[in-house]
Design a protein around this ligand. Structure first.
Ligand code: NAG
Ligand code: NAG
Ligand code: NAG
Length: 263
């Protein structure tokens, strides 16, 4: 008798349905590199350019505000109902921001470029030269030597990384052991990466201009969106409670919130 451990995690059954398109404020030289869905369902976009702001929209896609920060923000992750963590790319630091009163609680210089980050289970994982793990007081806990370069996504048990140069997506356990590696011609120059509760991995390809969903075992995938008509796909994030997926391309040409079905 064969028993299925994860009955609902076959990616062929998973579909996405558009909730709303977000018409990003049309500023010059937009460079959206990261996004986040807040617990109140507001949508945040890191604009990695000289304006140094994080754009906030309602779940209906309406502009709310521009959160001014002190350097170019690269990526964002939610810590709790008041706080987010933000990386600052080549500026070489990350910080914890209370977004209710816009006050910086901690700023940590990392000594190297500070790219994608992801919070899971009270731990903050950050892609520096290696992936470093901090607790929410910013105490460094451990380092993982992984083969990704910019974007990561952490669950309780796994760390997912994309490598934009060799086109691989990796799944590691928390000891840094590779669990699987995915590579397919449908995914060129992977950047933003996020995952659902079953460990299925959403990833966008900057050159392939697609959003795909890799099955939790790394063995198969499903094409979810073709994005050929817009600027390069970069950012994607998933809200596990609402089953919502937020996507945005580099220039903010096409940014949209989707409902993920059958996950
Ligand atoms: C996944 O679902 C599809 C269609 O429902 C089915 O054809 C396929 O065999 C399933 N794959 C696995 C590994 O269960
Ligand atoms: C912002 O709010 C937090 C938590 O409510 C509080 O600890 C902090 O002192 C506040 N900061 C400022 C500058 O008001
Ligand atoms: C992309 O653009 C082409 C030419 O303008 C148009 O025919 C096509 O329908 C567009 N595709 C999508 C998915 O919007």
């Amino acid at each position: 008798m064969q028993q299925k451990e994860q009955p609902s995690s076959n990616v062929t059954d998973i579909e996405i349905q558009l909730i709303t398109r977000i018409n990003i404020k049309n500023e010059r030289h937009m460079l959206i590199t990261g996004c986040a869905i807040l617990p109140n369902e507001h949508l945040l976009f890191a604009n990695y350019n000289r304006r140094r702001n994080i754009l906030e929209y309602s779940k209906e896609g309406n502009y709310i505000s521009s959160i001014q920060v002190y350097a170019e923000p690269y990526d964002i992750t939610v810590l709790d109902s008041e706080r987010i963590a933000i990386t600052y790319g080549y500026n070489g630091f990350f910080e914890i921001l209370n977004y209710c009163n816009n006050s910086v609680e901690k700023k940590i210089e990392t000594g190297s470029h500070c790219w994608g980050l992801s919070q899971s289970n009270g731990k903050i994982y950050i892609q520096l030269d290696k992936v470093e793990c901090f607790d929410t007081t910013c105490k460094k806990l451990f380092t993982m030597a992984v083969a990704g370069d910019f974007h990561i996504s952490a669950s309780k048990t796994n760390l997912f990384c994309s490598n934009s140069l060799n086109n691989n997506v990796y799944c590691y356990d928390m000891h840094g052991q590779e669990v699987w590696k995915f590579r397919d011609d449908s995914l060129q120059s992977p950047l933003g990466v996020t995952h659902d509760r079953s460990g299925n991995v959403f990833v966008v390809g900057r050159k392939s201009r697609k959003l795909i969903l890799i099955q939790h075992d790394g063995k198969t995938y499903k094409n979810l969106l073709n994005l050929k008509n817009y600027s390069a796909p970069v950012a994607v994030c998933y809200n596990k409670d609402k089953h919502n997926l937020l996507y945005c391309d580099k220039k903010g040409d096409y940014c949209a919130l989707y409902k993920v079905l059958n996950t």
